[in-house]
Design a protein around this ligand. Sequence first.
Ligand code: ATP
Length: 193
Amino acid sequence: MIKIKNCALFGGTFDPFHNGHLHLIKSLIATRKFDRLVVIPAGDPYQKSGSALASDRLAMAKLALKDETVTISDCEIRRAGPSYAIDTVKEIKDLIPADQYTWVIGSDAFAGLPSWERFDELTRLVDFLVVVRPGASDVPVISGATFEILEIGALDISATELRNRLNRGEDVGAFLPADVLSYIKEKHLYGAA
Ligand code: ATP
């Protein structure tokens, strides 16, 4: 019997990569739904105003995921211009053969999907797996998008909140992998001392 290969794609700004992201990855692995999981830090997150360099965000993702069976792709960081998911999906499809691609996304971000570049084309290439985030439990039906909802008991952590706390000099050790926190402090990211 020929087995269908399933590949999950998880993109994000990861500014920084935090325990909420890590919990999501571990939960995805635990579902055993996917043969491969690709994590893709955005190069130029055109819809966000980030504060760390792409190279630092990539380095933090690598540190956070060092013990996980995932592939980290720098394709968006190498590509010039705004990071559009549609271009990423096309690039990864050429590189990593799979029968089925699923774009994994938090419920907050899913609500904004129709504003994504070439959204119609994207929905033809991938299905979506929507992870319910605290504060965004009403997952909207988005016409044209095929999606499933996954409840993982997501952690109530956001990168924005962590950047603000770091900037205020607060202790954020409970919300970040230890290696990521060391990296932030070493490089004085987000105003951390
Ligand atoms: P920011 O606060 O800067 O907007 P963020 O914490 O939402 O950042 P992103 O890098 O923008 O993090 O998120 C990448 C993806 O991970 C998005 O699909 C987002 O919805 C999802 N995500 C972020 N934080 C969590 C979390 N705590 N639990 C589950 N999913 C999350």
